[in-house]
Write a protein that binds this ligand. Structure first.
Ligand code: OOG
Ligand code: MG
Length: 263
């Protein structure tokens, strides 16, 4: 497909699902469909998830992307985005990353919330967002862009459900009032060598700001965050490639450590 006129929300969702299913990376959709704007890209994202839900996956929450400077600089995109999480993306803590099921996976440490209450914008602040949080966890997201070399524009990555593939939630549950998340540190290491560190402040100044941003962004599309949902607040550091035989550890100050092995 190369002419603008044959592209629709439906065909864009199809090519991205096909790329995922066949583990074949492709060029950005905007190379062919230059008119793909952000609003339409979110429609593609919604359609793609609707297909997964129709096949039996369940919606379990929301992720934010590009909320830290490290991520924004690496991907060359300065605006945060949201995408969907399903139960098909859940990777048990300690389970290896199934690299044979993925194209070119990378992992990134994130702070994860589970909501105790529905959170609905507009007008959500960091404080009102935090009041809806039941628990805080360490997390690691496994991203796997369907685009070659993770090269994309903002509408491309939004349409691709923000490169989502798998995610791990740590096993230690903490109450938000017991932690200063701006100061919560993650030390990221690969095969025992520290490659990066960041604190929660890397994520929009505080991960609660990212949560508020998600609630307000969803409200603009008449959507809300539901009680019980998981929210990934966005990579704190640049992502690192995961290959078979590698061991990646994200060690947090109070939230525990998550070990990811490439299989
Ligand atoms: C886009 C997804 C970004 C994050 O946490 O920033 C993301 C990408 O980097 O491929 O998940
Ligand atoms: Mg992420």
């Amino acid at each position: 497909m190369s002419r603008d006129s044959i592209w629709t929300v439906e065909t864009a969702a199809d090519v991205l699902l096909e790329a995922e299913a066949t583990r074949t990376d492709r060029h950005p959709i905007t190379d062919d469909w230059a008119a793909l704007d952000l609003e339409t890209a979110y429609q593609v994202q919604d359609r793609l998830i609707a297909r997964k839900l129709a096949l039996g996956e369940k919606l379990v929450g929301v992720k934010l992307g590009l909320t830290s400077r490290a991520k924004q600089q690496r991907m060359g995109i300065s605006s945060p985005l949201t995408a969907w999480l399903t139960d098909g993306m859940v990777l048990a803590a300690g389970a290896p990353v199934p690299t044979h099921e993925l194209i070119h996976p990378r992992v990134e440490p994130e702070i994860v919330f589970v909501l105790g209450e529905k959170l609905e914008g507009p007008g959500v602040t960091a404080a009102s967002a935090m009041a809806a949080v039941r628990s805080v966890y360490a997390g690691v997201e496994v991203i796997d862009s369907r685009y070659t070399d993770f090269r994309f524009t903002l509408p491309d990555v939004v349409a691709d459900n923000a490169s989502s593939a798998r995610f791990v939630r740590g096993e230690i549950e903490r109450h938000p009032a017991d932690l200063d998340l701006a100061l919560e540190t993650c030390v990221l290491s690969v095969n025992g060598v520290v490659v990066d560190t960041a604190t929660g402040a890397a994520v929009q100044g505080h991960p609660a700001e990212a949560l508020a941003l998600a609630a307000n962004a969803l409200a603009a599309r008449s959507l809300a965050l539901e009680a019980g949902w998981i929210v990934l607040t966005g990579g704190m550091t640049d992502a690192v490639c995961v290959e078979p035989g590698q061991q990646i550890v994200a060690e947090f100050t109070n939230l525990g450590a998550i070990t990811i092995a490439g299989a």
